[in-house]
Write a protein that binds this ligand. Structure first.
Ligand SMILES: Cc1ncc(COP(=O)(O)O)c(C=O)c1O
Length: 480
């Protein structure tokens, strides 16, 4: 413990740090060893954790604090690292990723400029080149930010700059600008709407084109919408193709979408935040068809590439536009270094964590084959889950099964007809039954106004027997 003398560093004792570190690692290892015993979804009342949290007063030892963490904080955790976390998009705090976070926290660098830590910049640049190769992407410029939501905002800001309307300098207010519009499918992620709000297009500046039967962006409807808008004096600015939608992992037909966009000189952004990881497998490279007409693309290693949150990659073939949009160098940040990347020039934030370290560690420690094997396993589990569910009475697969996502619902038939109200009620009950068991966590969505249960498999530790637990819960509900 630190003596309270005025001239003592904050952390003077490295042996104490070693002991504390070992105790924390022991706690982390125990957590992973016992994780299947935890209820996946936290079972606490609102305010309970805050009320019981130890007030930071005076000094305390790690062992006392770890006891408190186990007693108060862990019970309020929903276990995203649980192998039976099937909600939203399942993610992984892999061992290599956790150690990468530890190393990066110890270095604690701020990679805003190349010179503020050349390794932070160069590990990021090089790792993103290798990640691109692993996924079969062209050698584009890449930058890591926290989330896909921020990256789509940056991409659409560059798209806005690409219109040549000099919005960076002159803004949008009080000018005689044509109304601008962004297009995506009705299945695209809500981060597109948020970017439209933040960039001044407003929600009216976004057109959600209704998707086709397989919940993909329909290029014919897209063309019709754009043609109508152009006739009304609207400037079509950008289109977003989602490769792996949030609800059903549907893959928009990029090639056709990009062809429509090209006719109008629009920016094409690809949201492969989740689905991009599938392209680690040769048999999924087809999702990139049309990439030669794409301007920017997002893939999240923190979703399905076993890297702890947060780590989202924005690739673009037009880094100069990103720089033109955001570069602003106050005197104190001017440097004379030549031939280097200063990542602060390519986005909104100045300070930036050394996230590339954990990504590099994940890619290097596991190697391509092991990563491929796990992603492939997840897809096989999802296919098998869909086929087993389909064979159950009272269950309907609600959308074409894609990647590692399965969407299904309970279905109640009366005289051969589907009773929608009863189906909705039973689907809700099944959803609640699964989650209340504590053994699995699933989420829901709404497809064509029908309530649907959504399963996404993607945790590095998940094995088929975990998925079987979910199947058992569904069967158990059917047998009531
Ligand atoms: C397809 C898709 N894009 C973007 C996002 C937003 O991701 P983030 O949480 O990294 O902002 C999500 C989130 O699940 C998503 O499913």
């Amino acid at each position: 413990m630190n003596p309270l003398s005025p001239d003592t560093p904050l952390d003077p004792d490295f042996e104490e740090f070693r002991r504390n570190g070992h105790a924390v690692i022991d706690e982390v290892v125990r957590y992973f060893q016992e994780i299947r015993d935890y209820p996946v979804l936290a079972d606490v009342k609102p305010g309970e954790v805050a009320r019981n949290l130890r007030r930071p007063e005076g000094e305390a030892g790690i062992s006392e604090l770890l006891d408190h963490y186990r007693a108060t904080i862990l019970p309020g955790v929903t276990h995203w690292n649980h192998p039976r976390f099937f909600a939203y998009f399942a993610i992984t705090g892999s061992q290599a990723g956790i150690l990468g976070e530890l190393l990066s926290a110890a270095l604690n660098v701020n990679g805003m400029l190349w010179r503020t830590s050349p390794s932070a910049t160069e590990v990021e640049e090089q790792t993103l080149r290798w990640l691109g190769e692993l996924l079969g992407l062209p050698p584009w410029f890449g930058i890591i930010n926290d989330t896909a939501s921020i990256n789509i905002f940056l991409a659409l800001a560059a798209a806005r700059e690409a219109t040549g309307l000099d919005i960076r300098t002159r803004g949008m207010a009080g000018r005689d600008l044509p109304p601008m519009r962004i297009y995506c499918s009705d299945q695209a992620h809500s981060s597109v709407d948020k970017a439209a709000i933040a960039l001044g297009f407003g929600l009216d500046g976004l057109r959600r084109v209704s998707s086709d039967r397989e919940l993909r962006l329909d290029p014919v409807r897209l063309r019709e919408e754009i043609t109508r808008d152009v006739a009304a004096g609207i400037l079509p600015m950008a289109v977003i193709a989602t490769l792996g939608t949030t609800s059903t992992a549907a893959v928009d037909p990029l090639e056709e979408v990009a062809a429509v966009a090209e006719q109008h000189g629009m920016w094409v952004h690809v949201d492969a935040a989740y689905g991009g990881a599938a392209a680690i497998l040769e048999e999924y490279r087809w999702i990139w068809r049309g990439l030669e007409r794409v301007d920017s693309l997002v893939v999240n290693p923190h979703k399905w590439l076993f890297t702890p949150i947060d780590c989202s990659v924005l690739y673009t073939r037009k880094p100069e536009l990103l720089r033109q949009t955001f570069s602003l160098i106050p005197e104190y940040l001017k440097t004379t270094d030549e031939g280097v990347t200063n990542y602060m020039d390519f986005g909104l934030q100045l300070g930036r964590r050394f996230r590339a370290l954990k990504l590099w560690l994940v890619l290097s420690y596991y190697g391509a084959e092991r990563l491929r094997a796990r992603v492939g396993d997840h897809i096989r589990y999802a296919e098998r889950l869909a086929s087993e569910l389909e064979s159950l009475r009272g269950i309907e697969i609600a959308a074409p099964q894609s990647m590692s996502v399965v969407a299904f619902r309970r279905i109640v038939r009366v005289d051969g007809e589907t009773d929608e109200a009863a189906s909705e009620l039973e689907t809700q009950e099944l959803h609640d039954h699964i989650n209340a068991s504590g053994r699995c966590f699933v989420s829901h969505t709404r497809l064509r106004d029908q309530l649907v249960i959504r399963v996404a498999i993607g945790n590095g530790a998940t094995v088929w027997s975990d998925v079987e637990v979910l199947l058992d819960l569904v069967r158990e509900f059917g047998d009531r």
